[in-house]
Write a protein that binds this ligand. Structure first.
Ligand code: F6R
Ligand code: MG
Ligand code: MG
Length: 368
């Protein structure tokens, strides 16, 4: 059986009209670069966008964190940035935080999700891309899809699925090296929940089947402001999920997106919004949001990809989108107040801090 690596590398390198979507020419530039320069290195590729982010999916046999694969994508983003600058796109090269490539794009700005798999006779998998949000946005959908029979009927009906899953969770506030914990579902689901509720700090990095030991999920964990030390846009995560047979079914993985979890990253990376499931190549609009997630389904054979099936392009999800829009309105009615705007620690602009510093000088202690 062939060992194949699936790699998603994604970045915001410039957008039309604000933070809306990349230009056609930008997408074509990245796509052509991968096709031309990836010859002999990769087996297949798919390039698409969600909001203002361009994601490159490649299949190859080089394993995760391969410098050649990472450099190919980095250079494709550099080529794209040149075009973005020439077109006057907004935020050209925004996510390319360092000037020289150093072997691995992790920690350089782009989001990365990779997985080496022992190919099954049929290999269905999902490519998730989110915009105007952070890696913790996948926490609740993953928790529900892998631990809760209300979403995953396989936990009751399939003996292999019932054996449960191992969650690898990262503390993303620790930036020196990776700090991770492994927890087992179902025995430790309350501990898993205790961590995953804190979406800004604890993020699911990967999930493994306990029946076979195989990897099922790989999600990106980079938090840009932890790298850059200042606001440079939200992190807009990507994720790979293998499905069916001894893993959750595609529909079980999708099921939790019905509840449109509240996530951080709306307007100026500083507000909460429901996570709206959208069709592929959807742009951003109202109040620079709301947070969106797309999900493309593929099958692959020896690295050759099928065309994508757009999982959220279905009448059922129109209804969910409408619900998400209503929830967004309810939240927006609160404006800057309460749960609408993020807490101080998560605000992506420093303006409030400066205002508070100035106002502090004007506070007086009243004499009794
Ligand atoms: C960017 C984002 C937007 C921007 C906003 C202001 O991903 O979420 O909401 O933060 O459009 O952008 P600047 O400060 O770049 O004009
Ligand atoms: Mg952006
Ligand atoms: Mg983005």
């Amino acid at each position: 059986m062939a060992k194949i690596t699936l790699s998603i590398i994604k970045a915001d390198i410039g957008s039309i009209g604000g933070h809306i979507k990349p230009s056609q020419k930008l997408l074509e530039t990245v796509s052509n670069y991968i096709k031309e320069k990836g010859r002999g290195l990769i087996i297949d590729s798919y390039i698409g966008h969600t909001g203002d982010d361009i994601a490159i999916l490649t299949t190859h046999k080089k394993g995760p964190s391969n410098p050649k694969i990472h450099k190919l994508c980095w250079d494709a983003f550099l080529a794209g940035t040149k075009i973005a600058k020439s077109q006057g796109l907004y935020g050209a090269g925004q996510d390319l935080l360092v000037s020289a490539f150093s072997g691995n794009v992790k920690g350089m700005g782009p989001q990365v999700a990779e997985m080496e798999i022992e190919e099954r006779p049929a290999e269905p998998f999902l490519m998730f891309m989110a915009d105007k949000t952070e890696p913790g946005a996948f926490n609740l959908p993953l928790y529900l899809a892998f631990t809760d029979p209300m979403h995953n009927a396989g936990l009751i009906l399939s003996p292999k699925v019932k054996e449960g899953f191992k969650f690898v969770i990262m503390d993303v506030s620790y930036t020196k090296v990776d700090k991770i914990i492994e927890l087992k579902a179902p025995e430790e689901i309350y501990d898993i929940a205790a961590l995953l509720r804190d979406t800004g700090r604890f993020v699911v990095e990967s999930i493994f089947s306990r029946a076979s030991g195989e990897q099922v999920v790989s999600a990106s964990t980079t938090r840009l402001h932890n790298i850059a030390g200042k606001y440079v846009g939200k992190d807009d995560p990507v994720m790979l999920v293998r499905t069916q047979k001894d893993f959750p079914a595609t529909g079980e993985i999708l099921s939790p997106y019905t509840i449109t979890p509240l996530v951080a990253g709306f307007m100026r990376g500083s507000h909460n919004s429901p996570l709206m499931p959208v069709k592929k190549n959807t742009s951003i609009s109202f109040f620079d949001g709301p947070a969106i997630v797309s999900c493309l389904a593929f099958c692959e054979k020896e690295g050759k990809l099928t065309e994508s099936a757009d999982t959220f392009d279905h009448p059922y999800w129109d209804y969910v989108r409408e619900q998400a829009a209503q929830e967004t309105q309810e939240l927006r009615r609160q404006g800057f107040f309460g749960a609408d705007m993020l807490p101080m620690s998560e605000l992506e602009y420093t303006g409030v801090m400066e205002t508070l510093k100035e106002l502090e000088k004007r506070f007086k202690i009243r004499k009794k």
